[in-house]
Design a protein around this ligand. Sequence first.
Ligand code: PLP
Length: 403
Amino acid sequence: MSPDSCRPLWVETSAGALRRNYARLQHASPHPVLAVVKANAYGHGAAGCAPVLAASGAGWLGVTDVCEGIQIRRSLGILPQTVQPRILVMCGVWPGDEAECLQHQLTPVVWETVHLDLLNAEAARRGMPPQSLPVHLEIDTGMARQGVAPGEPLAAFLQHLAAATHLRLEGVLTHFASAESVDDPQTLQQSASFLAAMRQVRDAGQHPTFVHAGNTSGVDAGLDPWLTSAANFVGATPITRAGLALYGHALPLTGSAQPHLRLAHLEPALTWKTRISSLRTVPAGATVGYNATFVAPHTMRLALLPVGYADGFRRSLSATNAHSGADVLIRGQRAALVGRVSMDLSVADVTHVPAASLGDEVVLLGQQGSERISPEHHAALAHTSVYEVLCGIGARVPRFMVD
Ligand SMILES: *Cc1c(COP(=O)(O)O)cnc(C)c1O
């Protein structure tokens, strides 16, 4: 399929930007970086991104579930066996997925005893040797989502794990709630809670190979000395997990004088493009789009764009006469949306771009000439995060890797 088949609406992901961002992360972090490619690589197209990141040196990739893991394992088929990364299934194994989890050599995060039972039974069914199936145990240090709480729940879980004789505790991990807030009291509390869990793990006679935590903001804010000490506690190798920075973004750090302490010069990897599908000139007083929320104040030339909220081009990017919405880039110039973004269509004002023609490439997110539209800008208009904007680009938008 070409970018222009069906509707001309597509995402281009730069392999070079991914490679360079991975190198920047690896430079900023003293620990190996697990590259998070969940949620279709934050909208960038996981099947294209995963082989690039693995070839850049990522020894571990992080996915959401077994289905994503299978898709990514397949995409890695183009790489030699020597650079096949490990794949961590970060949201655990859903009952019924355990056979495929093993078949595709995916490594599950575990925190419910049912995970242990399912995986142990599957390993036994396959006649695997004792302690041959690696699992990573998540500790709930204060997010109350996934994980086992330190103390009595962890003690009971470790006993259950020891009885699951085919399993081996290869990794222990946790996740921080407020890593972008430097020296946040919650981060300090979570760090202390994780160290308490490490003591329990050690006292239970377990020797995990890896201890991992963190995210982009954790790298940016310099959580690595803490991670080193947590890993040293059980004689393990520390790993940092990171996603957002791979794709060229980082949250501004708060509570610190210097934002983006270590992750400067990230390159946004994604460009979202479409083409002008129709052009018209309307007189003053013409109404544009649903509910006539925009009325042309003068004669205007309008470009129709085949993109709408069904593609993740949010309705909150719409413009009225009183409130401007998002801009797009046409012939290197910014052009403002006018009226409502609808399901499949949006309209941009090209009155000031007389050369704008049918079929012209339009950039919705990313760079064109010297202008750039950032997902942070969309996030501000939509009152959401850059994460949600990137992941929100719809499944019906095809993704292509470019250099
Ligand atoms: C998504 C995720 C990450 C990566 O977070 P970023 O802020 O994108 O770097 C790390 N760890 C876990 C458990 C995650 O779910």
